[in-house]
Design a protein around this ligand. Structure first.
Ligand code: CMC
Length: 438
């Protein structure tokens, strides 16, 4: 989207004799203003320095807004709480991709378009066979999503809006099929083809859990829980994987390659890998003695000399309860009740750990609250999704956000290839000596 007219200016002065310069300030519809520093280097020969983007807006966007202090998350203006309780995932996808929630006819058309593309090329299973059976599903997903570009040469051109739309629908439709195939491959079961009369989440669960000898009985509460996981993970503005997708696509690569880059970034334990890391942390505490060992574990987390973190807690943007965590917590209780798991020791441990951390001065003073990953792992584990697949489920859900952000970038008249600069602190120019003199 083109920037609005500047609302004000900031004057930057220097102590080294460089002339002061005026920098335009832009106001968003809500949230902090930004100072436009694009002309800084040209006018002063200086760069800005902001590793980790602590104070830097990398783009302007009209998709998702987070108020980290309030604990507010809006997709295209709609509060996540309303979307999670009044809409389903495909309606949310429509909203993120096209800017508006669909009406009845638009929803029917969109669902039809997506379900038309749920199968993957049969060659994909031979490609999968090249992986070890014990390969991590995210290693497999990075490969499979990237490989889609080898199958769809007709929707590779990022600069063609129609091709971008076709690849968006393909990606949204095929991600559940690919994640389920990655799972079936690891457990040595036959792949289950999509069934298009089921809902998006119901179809995913059937592809995961049905076998040729037994049909999967779809449980509405569990399907709703999975659908909610998808909605809550659908977008989260300029996080690491989304920024990766934008940067990757800024070179003009194809949409499948850009989304594969997002999948790779999401894998990290500080990002989407946190749900898996969180469950592994709970398993570890349980092995060491469970609830009785929480005190010892918290002491390790607080010890500056240890690198132990309370996984599923803390967030770069939320300095309040993550609104997604609240919704996920609700779903967690619903799922545990329906499965009769309220007394499961692992889940009791998670609840006790959360309570203790929320009252501990270390977490309170740093505004560290549970994030969505704290509960989504517990819900997925209860449903029977293996821990190693959690991040792949996150990737499935986030695909629509990545695509919406990528589309927004390409349509932005101000978009350029992403090319950060650096403060160079290495050796200055020197001569290579012959090897016997080094
Ligand atoms: N456990 C213990 N201490 C923590 C934690 C944690 N989970 N998170 C932050 N801190 C402390 C950190 O040690 C630092 O303390 P001090 O000021 O004394 O040095 C302070 O809080 C600020 O931490 P930071 O690392 O500067 O914060 P950040 O904004 O760079 O990191 C984070 C954000 C999400 C990477 C971090 O909170 C973390 O590692 N959390 C655990 C991993 C996790 O749950 N990630 C999922 C994020 S939500 C899903 C998603 O969007 O991907």
């Amino acid at each position: 989207m083109a920037l609005p007219a500047p609302s004000d200016k900031a004057t930057l002065t220097f102590n080294d004799g460089t002339a002061p310069i005026d920098l335009p300030i832009y106001k968003g519809s809500v949230g902090p203003d930004v100072i436009d520093i694009r002309a800084l280097y040209g006018k002063t020969g200086k760069f800005t320095y902001d590793p980790g983007f602590l104070s830097t807006a990398s783009c302007n966007s009209a998709i998702t807004y987070i108020d980290g202090d309030k604990g507010e998350l809006l997709y295209r203006g709609y509060p996540i709480e309303q979307l999670a309780t009044r809409c389903d995932y495909l309606e949310t996808c429509h909203l993120l991709l096209f800017g508006e929630l669909p009406n009845v006819q638009q929803k029917a058309d969109f669902v039809k378009r997506v379900t038309n593309h749920t199968m993957v090329n049969e060659q994909m299973q031979f490609f999968l066979r090249g992986f070890r059976r014990d390969a991590h599903p995210m290693a497999v997903m990075t490969g499979l999503v990237g490989a889609l570009s080898a199958f769809y040469p007709d929707s590779m051109n990022l600069n063609d809006p129609w091709q971008r739309e076709v690849s968006a629908i393909r990606l949204i439709a095929k991600m559940p099929t690919l994640v389920a195939m990655a799972y079936k491959y690891t457990v040595g079961q036959p792949y289950v083809y999509p069934r298009n009369n089921l809902s998006y989440a119901g179809n995913f669960m059937r592809m995961m859990f049905a076998t040729p000898c037994e049909e999967y009985e779809v449980n509405d509460v569990l399907v709703r829980a999975v659908d909610r996981i998808f909605i809550l993970h659908a977008d989260h503005e300029q996080n690491a994987s989304t920024s990766t997708v934008r940067l990757c696509a800024s070179s003009g690569t194809n949409p499948f390659a850009a989304i594969a880059a997002g999948v790779a970034c999401l894998w990290g334990p500080a990002h989407g890998g946190a749900n898996e890391a969180c469950l592994n942390m709970l398993f570890d505490i349980q092995k060491q003695g469970g609830v009785a060992k929480i005190g010892e574990f918290i002491a390790k987390v607080k010890d500056k000399n240890s690198d132990v973190r309370l996984m599923g807690f803390g967030h770069r943007v939320y300095k309040n309860y993550d609104p997604r965590a609240k919704l996920m917590r609700e779903t967690c209780h619903e799922v545990l009740n329906v499965l009769g798991l309220q007394d499961d020791p692992l889940f009791k441990l998670a609840m006790s750990l959360e309570k203790i951390a929320l009252e501990d001065e270390y977490f309170v003073s740093r505004k560290l609250y549970p994030n969505v990953d704290y509960y989504s792992g517990i819900v997925q584990k209860a449903i029977g999704i293996p821990v190693s697949l959690f991040t792949a489920v996150f990737a499935l859900a986030r695909t629509v956000g990545w695509i919406a952000q990528l589309n927004e970038m390409i349509a932005d008249p101000e978009y350029k290839i992403g090319r950060p600069r650096q403060l160079f602190v290495g050796a200055t120019a020197r001569d290579v000596k012959p090897i016997d003199q080094r």
